[in-house]
Design a protein around this ligand. Sequence first.
Ligand SMILES: [Fe+2]
Ligand SMILES: [Fe+2]
Length: 401
Amino acid sequence: MYPNNSSQKSCIFMGNLSLGTLFFLRLENAFLLAEKGSFIEVISCFGNLENDLKMWCAFKGEAFIHKVAIAKNSNKDNFLYLLQKQSPKRFQKFDANSHIAPFGHGLAPNGVLVESASPHYPFTYMNDNELYNGNFTQIYEDSKKSQWNASNDIKWKDIPSFSPAMEFAIAQIMTYLTENEFSALYIPARFLGQISPFFTTAPLLLSSIIGDEARHIEAFIKRANVTGLGVQYSTIATQQSLFSLFKETNYFKSSFLLHIMGEGTFIDLLKFLEESFEGLGDSASAELFYLARRDESRHVAYGMNNVKHTIAENPAKIATLKEVVFERKNYLNAQSGESSLLLESLALLRGGGEEFISRGYEEVLELKKKMEKNRTKRLVECGIDEELAYDLSRAHTPNFM
Ligand SMILES: [Fe+2]
Ligand SMILES: [Fe+2]
């Protein structure tokens, strides 16, 4: 009758707590967490609880075993009421290493015990094949160490003023960057709510990416404002390119387009801008691009690991990527070409003024070649063969993201 194994037994010391809400709340909780068949000792100063406890047990489907007087405490006896849990356990333990998120896991973190009949959330991503998490923790840790504040960490007051043509070019580039950053913010944000928190590090990492993008948006708008012009023109070329990215509803494809093709290319662009501002003697802006690039490198590393792992597990996935790149290319070919405003602004900035715009334009063309080459390199690193990587890279949007 009585367990030999002490793990099958728990004890609640009620002392002089009289029968009432708190007494029954504690009793309920003891039964809630106990295993079926385990014993629960209720220790009380009162010797007259037997009938009430018997009624409670009968009502709850539990068993009252016996009552005994135990050791003297001052001048009073203590009483031990022995009860046994007969109802099934209501908390379910899941395998924390499972590749599939359990239904009814809700918004709880990995490792919890979930009460049965908890609501089922309609998460789309319930399988870690779709969210390889090999490097989530490391990137999340790197992200925490590399946070910066767009208000205080950029020497805004040291930014020099330039000719009206140069100020416009800078404001236009910042406008373009801000739009692209919004795309990099909205896409992971949309997927975030579709991922089960059973894969706890995934939503944390996506949140850190979203936080980074918010900071980039803030910083680029601030830099546009320093020109005295504020944000300028949003072109159809950028709008269509970002829309074709935004409307992709599959996480794997979207992550590939955004983190590898888009942000990978952006790393080269941010480096180009960093050098250009350095060339203009504006080291405060150069620092801004360095910090933004450091954040983007983490996003690209996350995406590359994700895609690399998925391709290694299932090489047939390469066909999916090929399909999505060419679908997007066909869509964009029919819609729009390059953003001429962006290209002229980049050429003027890089040249260092209108008189050197031709030289600047040559360097923009060099940048595009470098972007294409680096994209190919990243694709090869993900496990795509060189020839296809080259074709995919060439088919990437002229908007860069
Ligand atoms: Fe960004
Ligand atoms: Fe990013």
